[in-house]
Design a protein around this ligand. Structure first.
Ligand code: NAD
Length: 354
């Protein structure tokens, strides 16, 4: 392990760029060498927060003490900023979505390879505890083998900000939240996606999607529903998962939730029919007393290290990246399939990377 701290310049000192300063500072092996933003007001904010504000990107690239460029700009300029960084011999950490298309990401990877520099994408939601609880349930069959997962994020604030409304800048919810939810699923489920169907919503009248629903079928039989909405005044649970022996629910990021499983000890008894609406049902009646057990959610297992510790290890050559570029590419190809499925209103089955 090197005794000198690794230096990072944050390009794009907006919402996420300023948050990255905290994440970097929490890590003792890395330091923020400065920031660069196109806007004077953001450069002043950087100085006020105690960080050198470079006045041009060329100045950043020409500074030999800068080892890594962290890209936290709108999505349409990630590629050009990354390629210039590689040509100047810098490593790159890039915010998600890394690029607007798999072709763009390919170009970035070719430049990283030619320069012999590291490219890592900040798919930070692999570290989210709600996701890690689901991963634990998936890997240890806590409610039996999972056969259906529903992963949702719902808000009622519409699309925030400015560039997120603009198609050419990589706006829209599929590229914004979709990339996180899909990355989580593909990171967890070790199986090919065999088909995708989807629909995008344009309720707010923007040129980009303000939400979407996608249905993914995996080769191992698992089905996943992924949904993002920005006009949901009542939210559905963050996770609803079904296993052969039970059901799990996580309401939100405060990790309110439970699992309900079949009580193996209880003798199987028919439920008592109930009146439901104007009808009668046994099928939809609650399970008979003692037939199920309600339990707390399992404990999530930590990933082997934090994103930034892993990055430091990777540039020092002592670890493999937790977020692998091949995985990022797979997610981009899946997003392209989801866009195509929505545009053509067809189920897409031909994936070239699965
Ligand atoms: P933002 O609009 O708050 O900030 C972007 C900043 O980049 C602005 O200050 C803008 O002036 C600056 N900028 C634009 N073009 C530039 C250029 N060519 N050179 C230098 N600066 C430039 O946006 P944000 O919400 O911080 O999002 C930035 C990136 O972070 C996006 O890719 C977004 O998807 C990602 N993001 C990731 C997460 C996450 O949890 N991983 C959360 C939010 C945003």
């Amino acid at each position: 392990m090197s005794s000198q701290k690794h230096t990072i310049v944050i390009v794009g000192y907006g919402g996420m760029g300023s948050y990255h300063t905290q994440l970097i500072e929490e890590n003792g092996r890395l330091e923020v060498a400065g920031t660069f933003d196109l806007l004077e007001e953001r450069r002043s904010a950087s100085v006020k927060a105690g960080y050198t504000a470079y006045t041009s990107y060329e100045e950043v690239l020409a500074d030999p003490k800068v080892e890594t460029i962290l890209i936290a700009t709108p999505n349409d300029v990630h590629k050009e900023i990354a390629i210039a960084a590689f040509r100047a011999g810098k490593h790159v950490i890039c915010e998600k979505p890394v690029a607007l298309s798999s072709d763009e990401f390919n170009e970035m990877l070719e430049e990283a390879e030619a320069a012999g520099r590291i490219m890592m994408v900040h798919q930070n939601r692999r570290w989210d505890e709600d996701f890690r609880i689901i991963k634990e349930m998936y890997e240890h069959n806590t409610i039996g083998p999972l056969f259906q997962l529903e992963s949702r994020v719902h808000g009622a604030n519409g699309i925030p900000g400015d560039w997120r409304h603009v198609k050419a800048q990589g706006g829209g919810m599929l590229l914004d939240w979709g990339v996180h939810l899909l990355d989580q699923l593909l990171f967890m489920i070790d199986s090919k996606v065999t088909s995708v169907s989807s629909s995008l919503s344009f309720i707010l009248g923007n040129e980009v999607d303000d939400g979407f629903e996608a249905l993914l079928q995996f080769e191992n039989g698992i089905k996943a529903v992924v949904e993002v909405g920005t006009t949901n005044f009542i939210t559905l649970p963050r996770w609803y998962v079904k296993g052969t022996e039970g059901t799990g629910i996580i309401e939100d990021w405060s990790l309110t939730g439970r699992i309900v499983t079949r009580n193996q000890e209880s003798e199987r008894r028919e439920p008592t029919p109930i009146r439901a609406g104007v009808g009668l049902t046994k099928t939809m009646a609650p399970p008979s007393e003692g037939a199920t057990i309600t339990d707390v959610l399992p404990t999530a297992v930590e990933l082997s290290s934090s994103f930034y510790t892993n990055f430091a290890d990777v540039i020092e050559g002592s670890a493999e990246p937790i977020v692998k570029n091949a995985e990022v590419m797979r997610v981009l190809k899946l997003i392209e399939a989801i866009f195509a499925a929505a545009e053509t209103n067809q189920t897409i089955k031909d994936f070239d990377v699965y």
